[in-house]
Design a protein around this ligand. Structure first.
Ligand code: ADP
Length: 509
């Protein structure tokens, strides 16, 4: 591979590297995975909840009910058997206690035994079991009688109910023919255990089903949610590359997406506005630079070729050069000033000065227009109004506002300027022209840097579009109130409210 080729391969395109450098450094997880994880966790939670309900609540309830039922049945059986011992068996049992007990057992769905204190089965008579160990185990009450005796002892009562191994037991002490015997009524829990196991396996099926469902739903939902985001990301990349024609829309995706799309559309409009303004600024500034430069060149050539030897003409031509150079300098100065002020580098002075006197001086700078172009200035300035602030910069504000009024006033070339107290500690500067006024939709934008109305080219005096931006920046930094009232076809009044200086208010008294 040649060196040039290697270099090219090593360096990604500028756009790609810009995009990559703005990509989040954090490792992020896809919305697909996040949603799936949430759904999966949620379904797991539901399954666990079901499991818990089944294991604990349902089993518990079942057991409680079984205990209550067994208690009732045991109590009844105890009374019936006690009665049989006392008064003899009902005649139909023909003296067979075992038959009586077996009948009671099957009628109540429980096992009934009468046991001795050693665990021997006294009734019903147990069939001969032979060598069947399993069957023999059913009638071996050795351990069970110990548990029953311990339960009775613990409860200090003649009857007890408790959960034994795989069964619920109702036990009661009985005294029959002078001997201690025990009624042992039990209800097997096998059925419940079987039902619970069946439920458990059903739960596994339900869990698998829920997981599959969660996967399907989360895939569908995350796809649906991610689609507008992916689309917007692609469009935002286009916007970042300067394509202001992109249109974001979040319809059909909920109000949050609509709000995001609206915000992105707003950002696009603002970016395109700034972009347009900057292009216009370059056009305007180049034009404004070109005019004085052309003049300077033309007059310098004239001095060299024609008027060099004629002092009177030469001085006149040199003066034009000086004036145009001044214009250029002030244009560059304005731009520097504005950027310094907006970036916060420029410090503002705070001095108390006579605004009335200063305004007269500023108005004086427009005197030449009266004589050469027939402008009339109606001046109504109250004397001796002092304020505190940066004198030079505030002077520039008034100069710019009066300059605009001159530029934009009507055919009658009239400009009205006033400076008057409007409150105890406040006075207002206002400058009114009789021009075309400003359209309401343009009012908020005229203060923007580089903004110039669409018909700016028709103006007799060319500006840079920085005037009002300087006004706004200076006044905002002073925290002074300012604004404009304008009526299309009638003219505009720009105003600034100055705080009456402390010194002055004191001086009045
Ligand atoms: P410039 O006057 O150099 O264009 P400014 O920042 O002073 O720049 O003004 C910005 C815009 O505000 C002007 O282009 C014009 O459209 C509007 N404007 C300012 N003053 C007036 C006025 N007195 N009457 C009408 N429009 C005005």
């Amino acid at each position: 591979m040649s060196k040039a080729k290697r270099d090219k391969a090593a360096k990604p395109s500028k756009n790609a590297s810009i995009r990559r450098s703005y990509r989040s450094k954090q490792r992020s997880t896809s919305i697909y995975f996040l949603l799936w994880a949430v759904f999966a966790a949620f379904s797991l939670l539901i399954v666990l909840l079901f499991g818990f309900m089944e294991r604990v609540l349902i089993t518990q309830t079942y057991k409680q009910e079984a205990a209550i039922e067994l208690n009732e049945k045991g109590d009844r059986i105890e009374r019936m058997i006690g009665n049989a011992f006392e008064n003899g068996l009902p005649p139909e049992y023909r003296g067979s206690l075992s038959t009586y007990i077996r009948t009671l057992s099957s009628a109540n769905g429980v096992d009934i035994f009468i046991l001795s204190a050693e665990g021997e089965v006294i009734a019903p008579q147990v069939p001969t079991i032979g060598g069947d160990d399993e069957m023999a185990g059913l009638f071996d009450f050795g351990d069970r009688i110990r548990v029953l005796l311990a339960a009775l002892e613990e409860k200090q009562s003649s009857t007890v109910i408790y959960e034994g191994e795989g069964e619920y037991v109702y036990g009661a002490e009985m005294r029959v023919y002078g001997q201690d015997m025990y009624l042992y009524v039990s209800k097997s829990l096998d059925l419940m255990v079987a039902a619970s196991e069946q439920m458990g396996s059903r739960m596994v099926v339900v869990a698998i089903f829920i997981f599959i469902l969660a996967f399907a739903v989360s895939s569908a939902v995350s796809g649906w949610l991610a689609r507008p985001i992916t689309e917007m990301t692609k469009k935002a990349e286009l916007l970042a590359r300067g394509d202001f024609a992109v249109d974001f829309h979040g319809n059909d995706y909920g109000q949050e997406m609509v709000a995001l799309a609206d915000t992105l559309n707003y950002a696009r409009d603002e970016l395109s506005k700034t972009d347009r303004m900057q292009k216009e600024l370059i056009a305007n500034v180049s034009h404004d630079f070109k005019t004085p430069l052309t003049m300077i060149k033309a007059y310098a050539s004239m001095i060299v070729e024609i008027s060099g030897d004629v002092p009177e003409k030469r001085n006149k031509h040199a003066q034009v050069i000086i004036d145009e150079a001044d214009r250029l300098a002030s244009l560059v100065g304005d731009m520097l000033e504005l950027s310094k002020m907006q970036s916060g580098i420029a410090e503002l002075k705070n001095e108390t000065f006579d605004m009335s006197a200063y305004l007269h001086e500023i108005i004086g700078r427009f005197d030449y227009l009266k004589e050469t172009q027939g402008y009339t200035f109606e001046v109504d300035v109250e004397d001796g109004l002092y304020t505190a602030g940066d004198e030079l910069k505030l002077g520039q504000v008034l100069y710019n506002l009066i300059g605009n009024a001159v530029n934009y006033t009507g055919e009658d070339k009239q400009v009205r300027i006033s400076l008057k107290r409007t409150g105890e500690r406040i006075f207002r500067f206002a400058v009114t022209d009789t021009g075309a006024g400003i359209k309401p939709e343009e009012l908020p934008t005229i203060w923007d840097r580089y903004y110039r109305s669409s018909d700016a080219h028709k103006r007799p005096v060319k500006g840079t579009g920085l005037g009002l931006s300087i006004v706004k920046t200076v006044l905002e930094r002073h925290c002074f109130v300012f604004g404009v009232n304008s009526e299309v076809g009638k003219g505009s009044t720009f105003y600034v409210d100055f705080p009456l200086s402390e010194e002055q208010t004191n001086g009045d008294q």
